[in-house]
Design a binder for this molecule. Structure first.
Ligand SMILES: Nc1ncnc2c1ncn2[C@@H]1O[C@H](COP(=O)(O)OP(=O)(O)OP(=O)(O)O)[C@@H](O)[C@H]1O
Length: 583
């Protein structure tokens, strides 16, 4: 991203807060105005010391200087509150924006980027922008006013002395400039190392059982040490650059003070410079050292901010692939009958050579219960996720009640489909909150009814806090079967006209799984159910079975019809019978 575009981004972040930013900058102008005026008062006092200065006059000056210094202190505080406040508000808004944007992106996006990287962008990169907008804006404005107001007064006191002391400053800027790119590369490496380490910690915590089963603690420790070492190296390099840069700036600034002391001292002894003027010049020079040294920090903050703007904008610029069409057709979920039609439905995953769904055609009637069976990797889950548009399928291939699903608004489409994915994800909250996730307004009795249909109610009431029991990271761990039935209850509660179960009874024995399927049917007949499964005896209870292989539907029919013809289903059924016998 070019520098001008980055600056335009910064201006865009600041725009909503221009009032506070302007107040802060005006306050800094006042602070610097006072900072120039107070040394002039001191000059008057020093110059009058050799003349007749009464006690009353001295007291007047002292009180005036104390009041102005206090006012300066208060205004400086206000400027910091305003400007740092802007940084904090931009930080808050950016975090909101990133999170809202991430929620708009399709699941496929999250398979292409690491969680650690996303977390690092939403935290440390946003933090860098906060620093840039708070600290850097404050320092830049402060430095600008300090120079713009102080220099003319210094020049009016003594041109030669001022120019001589300023000779050093071009070197200071060259020094800061030469460090600039190095700091930027080092900052980027540091952020990448932080993201790498966060990713490892996150994966290791999630996969802790796997690490233990395969006794990989030592390997994981080694991997962590490697990443931690990279982080240390990146941190040390950055610290080294910072610690070299700032003392050098300080050293150069001191040289300019020495020049004034040396040249000024000579002039005082020759009588060509008043002591008051000399003292004032020294005070002014002292005032300029701090903002000049801070310029170095500003450069660092800007380098970090530049990298962070690029990293954040690279997320915000990702356009969601799955979004509402410009020509929406209204289909409120309550009016959906549940007829599903596929016409030459094909889908190939990005970066994949062969299609996961290959020219699929079918019609599922409202209220029909269809099982989809097939070998692993044959395309069953892909078919399941195409219906609620979790993957980006082309128009005119899938229809709900005769309407092309790409023309139905995403909220209507997803409101009409209850989907229980293969991995039964539960949030770290109560069982009740997990079940009513899709509609938190549901009554307790409805939640219990959904749990009863999913055959989890009797187990929930045996938990310590029953429906208020917390599950997941902060609470008790549920068994695979319990998690599946809780996820099923979540889908049952929203009572959508289409229910998709993606292998979501796999941890439940065939007998119980069949009885859950019967419960689903008993509740309300007019609900279309697509049941993806490897459990053939459970599939046998369905109205029809679709057999899918290598992305194609190779057979369709009832259990009886399929068993009477040679083909994949008969083979799978035979294998299943042998497995049942062996158990
Ligand atoms: N995100 C993805 N990116 C690329 N290829 C994918 C992705 N997800 C699935 N595939 C591929 O698409 C094909 C179909 O996968 P899918 O998950 O639909 O099969 P499945 O029949 O549900 O398998 P299983 O019975 O193991 O759940 C497989 O070859 C798989 O490797």
């Amino acid at each position: 991203m070019a520098t001008t575009r980055r600056l335009a981004k910064l201006v865009a972040y600041l725009r909503p807060h221009w009032k506070e930013a302007t107040l802060g900058i005006i306050a800094l102008l006042a602070v610097n105005g006072l900072g120039v005026y107070i040394p002039l008062l001191i000059r008057s006092v020093v110059n009058k010391l050799s003349e007749d200065l009464t006690y009353q006059q001295l007291l007047h000056y002292v009180l005036l200087i104390i009041s102005l210094t206090s006012a300066m202190w208060l205004i400086r505080m206000a400027s910091r509150i305003w400007i740092f406040g802007v940084g904090r508000k931009v930080e808050f808004e950016l975090k909101q924006k990133i999170f809202e944007h991430l929620l708009k992106l399709e699941p496929a996006y999250f398979t292409t980027c690491s969680v650690g990287n996303l977390i690092s962008r939403a935290t440390s990169d946003v933090d860098n922008i906060r620093r840039l907008l708070g600290f850097a804006v404050l320092t830049l404005a402060n430095t600008f006013f300090a120079y713009a107001l102080t220099l003319p007064v210094m020049l009016s006191i003594n041109v030669n002395l001022t120019l001589a002391s300023l000779l050093i400053y071009p070197f200071m800027f060259l020094l800061v400039y030469s460090f600039g790119n190095r700091l930027r590369d080092q900052q980027l490496k540091l952020q990448e190392s932080i993201a790498d380490m966060s990713q490892l910690i996150q994966e290791d915590v999630s996969g802790i059982s796997l690490i233990k089963i395969y006794a990989q603690e030592k390997n994981e420790q080694r991997e962590f040490a490697k990443k931690n070492h990279n982080l240390l190296k990146a941190n040390l390099k950055l610290t080294q650059s910072n610690t070299t840069l700032f003392p050098l700036i300080g050293g150069l600034a001191s040289i300019s003070s020495l020049i004034i002391i040396w040249l000024g001292g000579n002039r005082i002894s020759s009588g060509s410079l008043a002591v008051g003027d000399f003292v004032t010049l020294l005070i002014y020079l002292e005032r300029l050292i701090f903002p000049t040294a801070l310029l170095g920090f500003t450069v660092t903050a800007y380098q970090r901010g530049e990298v962070s703007i690029d990293r954040i904008e690279s997320i915000l610029n990702v356009q969601p692939k799955i979004c509402n069409s410009s020509q929406l057709i209204g289909l409120p979920p309550s009016s959906v009958k549940g007829k599903i039609t596929a016409k030459n439905l094909s889908y190939t995953y990005p970066d994949s050579l062969s299609p996961a769904l290959d020219n699929i055609n079918f019609t599922i009637n409202p209220g029909e219960l269809v099982a989809i069976v097939g070998p692993i990797g044959s395309g069953k889950s892909t078919l399941a996720s195409s219906l609620p548009r979790l993957i980006d399928i082309n128009p005119e291939q899938l229809f709900l009640d005769g309407v092309d699903i790409t023309q139905i608004s995403l909220s209507d489409l997803r409101g009409a489909i209850a989907y229980v994915p293969q991995d039964s994800f539960l949030f770290s909250t109560t069982i009740k909150n997990n079940i009513c996730y899709g509609d938190p307004t549901r009554e307790e009795t409805e939640i219990e009814e959904a749990a009863q249909q999913s055959q989890i109610h009797s187990e929930i009431i045996n938990f310590p806090q029953q429906y208020q029991t917390i599950v997941g990271e902060k609470g008790i761990a549920l068994s695979g079967g319990q998690r599946q039935r809780t996820s099923l209850a979540r889908a049952m509660l929203i009572d959508a006209p289409v229910l998709i179960l993606d292998d979501s009874l796999s941890s439940i024995d065939n007998q119980n799984a069949t009885s859950i399927i019967r419960n689903i049917l008993a509740k309300k007949r007019l609900r279309t159910v697509i049941f993806i499964t490897h459990q053939l005896p459970v599939a046998a209870a369905c109205d029809r079975i679709f057999v899918i292989d290598k992305g194609k539907i190779v057979q369709m029919g009832t259990q009886m019809e399929l068993l009477q013809q040679p083909g994949l289903y008969k083979t799978l059924w035979g294998q299943n019978q042998i497995e049942e016998l062996l158990h």
